[in-house]
Design a protein. Structure first.
Length: 720
């Protein structure tokens, strides 16, 4: 056996994860399914396994029979119809598991007109002839482990704690026969022989995930390459995690020249590339910006350069670049808001499993996103806005410039030009300042997908202390959802209205207050709207993205792990006592940086100083942290000022400052926004600092301080 090993030191991993810009920093395109395929028989738990091959779908299900004595495992094949729907063609397999052994469900795969179905101790192979699927003899001996079909090869893991695999191809007589047995990897620590492992095949390369054992206690993935044939000995390359404290996990996948293996959530999926000499090396790390809010991927599939990483929720799609790095291009959702898992790729079609159905996503050729746009009115005009009749809008100056509507006579609205898009989220700081003296409803809010005066979605914050999500369709008002919320004049509310696919959401001060599905209006422009209310609008933002939680730390459970933080100083987390993140060193500077680089980020934190030393000390937050000498940060300082600053190659530049009385042992609610080139700092919900700067386009975030012992709590980062 020829063997290569691929391994890196922890020093190099730090360079990969902390210094190298990760691909796919921009927000991915959100996509809802183009079709939903349900079980032919609703009494089955469906789907348990899925595979897609062009216009063909293979899916299995199971159910208990005979008063829960036996279990029925079945697999059906579906075909896409000319109208875009999917119809069941036939049941390929029905296997009754007698005596209720409750074995793991079927595993299956299909590609190129070949389908393989496995169950504990049984296997079936089918070949497509026109629209018919013909059963052919199967030589596969299996205890029901993982299976992959690609390029005329069927690869099956054997499990049983040996972590080996067998490859099958058709011989000269047209019969399926074994062509490769990969060496076993005994595992004395194996506790469950039914663990399926993970295998995949691409050309003459097979990848086999190997569970931790005495020789490789962090797990590994082995690649076997070379001509098929039992007389040929393949070359074996072992892929290991690039950090001595990080494990590799199943699943693994291969699509030459790329191989993907799974790390911990904040380490992402490692992408290895084979060069022309046959040497494999680490070339990228695929990490979702919201990785810390997820478990590691439970499924990976890659075909034709499209990789799907699935954790329970919304599968993430990465596209391979010509240099074999990857960029995050799409995020898949179910229109009925259920979680998806087990994604499978064929061309630009992706099938994902959901509760009771398979969800089909057809990726468009163009996955680019419209740019996020903002208007803080600091240029003194609103030339891109079109006030509607009856409105009285102007740009006014308070502590900053705002878009003011001063009439309380009736309806008022203004539409932002060039914001017409399908996926649309509009967000703004809104401060109501007066109501009309008449009785009845008065309200202020935002509008999305505005087509004309008779067709749009809108959210209203009303003087009767309610929030309504409403639709105007062909001149008829409909309330879609509602919530109670105290509404007070001269208080600023951060309001967000999302229309992403068929899903509408309302957030007020980062709290989700309303959510519905509606298909009535597909696109339109964004705007502001009110009735018998005078209001100031500021920092209006329109994006094509759903609000995404990047990371959330409450410091009161084990998920808030110190392993997710890159720290300088003396940090501790004391759950069940004070439940805060504590930095106690007052001798020098300290910081705690988390997550993966993103472009647009809004970071919330509660913070207080508990002690300090010297004549110059401060505490605050950093955003777009690239390294110790490059990031944005704001500070609450001992000289009773607040400052917004940046570090560029270790040089400090002040962008904005203001007087502010900083009191020790007092909690401050803060929000630091870095969206596009706009930087804004809020303290206790009031905008206190803002600047425009383009020095740092992306980075991470977290607490920073100098000679201050500080406590932090409720750290939340979102992508708007």
């Amino acid at each position: 056996m020829f063997t290569r090993s691929v391994e890196w030191t922890g020093v190099i991993l730090a360079a990969v994860l902390l210094s190298t810009p990760l691909m796919g920093l921009a927000a991915p395109r959100p996509l809802e399914e183009s079709a939903k395929v349900t079980a032919p028989d609703p009494t089955y738990d469906f789907p348990t396994s899925i595979a897609v091959d062009g216009d063909w779908l293979l899916a299995s299900g199971s159910k208990w029979t005979n008063d829960n004595q036996d279990q029925d495992h079945s697999a059906w094949v579906f075909q896409r119809q000319s109208n875009g729907t999917w119809a069941v063609v036939s049941r390929l397999v029905q296997h009754i598991d007698v005596a209720g052994l409750d074995e793991p469900p079927m595993t299956l795969d299909m590609q190129g007109g070949v389908a393989a179905v496995l169950f504990e101790g049984y296997s079936w192979i089918f070949e497509r002839s026109g629209t018919n699927w013909i059963s052919v003899p199967s030589p596969i001996g299996t205890d029901g482990m993982d299976v992959a079909v690609n390029g005329g090869t069927i690869l099956v893991s054997t499990g049983g704690c040996s972590w080996s695999a067998s490859a099958y191809r058709k011989n000269n007589s047209g019969a399926w026969a074994p062509v490769r047995y990969t060496e076993s990897q005994p595992d004395e620590f194996c506790e469950n022989e039914d663990t399926r492992g993970s295998v995949d095949v691409s050309g003459n390369a097979n990848i086999v995930y190997t569970f931790p054992n005495e020789l490789f206690p962090r797990g590994s993935a082995r690649i076997f390459e070379g001509p098929y044939g039992l007389a040929n000995t393949p070359v074996m390359t072992r892929l290991l995690a690039p950090d001595p404290v990080v494990h590799l996990f199943a699943p693994a996948a291969i699509d030459l020249p790329s191989a993907l293996t799974t790390g911990a959530p904040n380490h992402g999926v490692y992408a290895f590339t084979r060069d022309i000499s046959g040497t494999w090396s680490l070339t990228d790390t695929l990490v979702r910006p919201d990785a810390l809010a997820l478990y590691r991927p439970d499924n990976i599939d890659i075909r034709g350069g499209l990789a799907v990483l699935t954790s329970i929720g919304s599968p993430a799609v990465f596209q391979r670049n010509p240099n074999n790095t990857f960029r995050y291009v799409a995020r898949l959702f179910a229109s009925d808001r259920v979680g998806l898992w087990d994604g499978d790729v064929s061309g630009r079609r992706i099938a994902s499993a959901g509760p009771g159905a398979v969800y089909i996503h057809d990726l468009p050729a163009d996955l680019t996103q419209p740019a996020t746009v903002q208007d803080g009115f600091e240029d003194g005009n609103a030339s891109d806005w079109t006030p509607l009749a009856g409105s009285s809008f102007s740009v006014a100056t308070t502590h900053s410039r705002v878009y003011r509507q001063s009439s309380t006579a009736g309806n008022a609205a203004s539409i932002w030009a060039n914001t017409d898009r399908t996926n649309q989220a509009v967000e703004a700081d809104i401060k109501p300042t007066a109501y009309a003296t008449t009785t009845g409803d008065k309200w202020f809010g935002l509008v999305a997908r505005y087509l004309d005066a008779n067709n749009y979605y809108y959210v209203t914050l009303r003087n009767n202390n309610t929030v309504l999500l409403r639709r105007m369709l062909n001149g008829v008002f409909t309330t879609l959802d509602s919530a109670s919320l105290p509404i007070t004049l001269n208080r600023t509310y951060r309001v967000r209205l999302e229309a992403i696919g068929t899903r509408l959401k309302v957030f007020v001060d980062d709290q989700l207050l309303g959510e519905v599905s509606d298909t009535s209006i597909a696109h339109g422009q964004a705007g502001v709207m009110m009735y018998k209310t005078r209001a100031d609008y500021d920092n209006v933002l329109v994006s094509a993205n759903p609000r995404t939680t990047l990371a959330s730390y409450t410091f009161n459970d084990s998920i808030d792990s110190l392993e997710n933080w890159e720290t300088v100083g003396t940090w501790s987390r004391i759950p069940y006592e004070r439940e805060v993140f504590i930095q106690s060193d007052v001798t020098s500077g300290a910081r705690a940086i988390t997550s993966v680089p993103t472009e647009d980020q809004v970071v919330h934190a509660a913070m207080r100083r508990t002690s300090s030393a010297g004549t110059n000390h401060w505490f605050g937050l950093a955003t777009r942290y690239r390294d110790a000498g490059n990031y944005y940060y704001f500070t609450l300082r001992n000289n009773n000022t607040i400052a917004l600053r940046k570090l560029v190659n270790n040089a400090i530049v002040e962008l904005d400052s203001a007087p502010f009385n900083v009191v020790g042992n007092t909690w401050y609610r803060t929000r630091f926004e870095a969206v596009g080139t706009q930087l804004r700092v809020y303290i206790n919900d009031s905008l206190v600092l803002e600047a425009t700067d383009a020095s740092h386009a992306s980075g991470r975030y977290g607490p920073v301080m100098y000679r201050s012992a500080t406590e932090y709590d409720d750290i939340l980062a979102v992508q708007p």
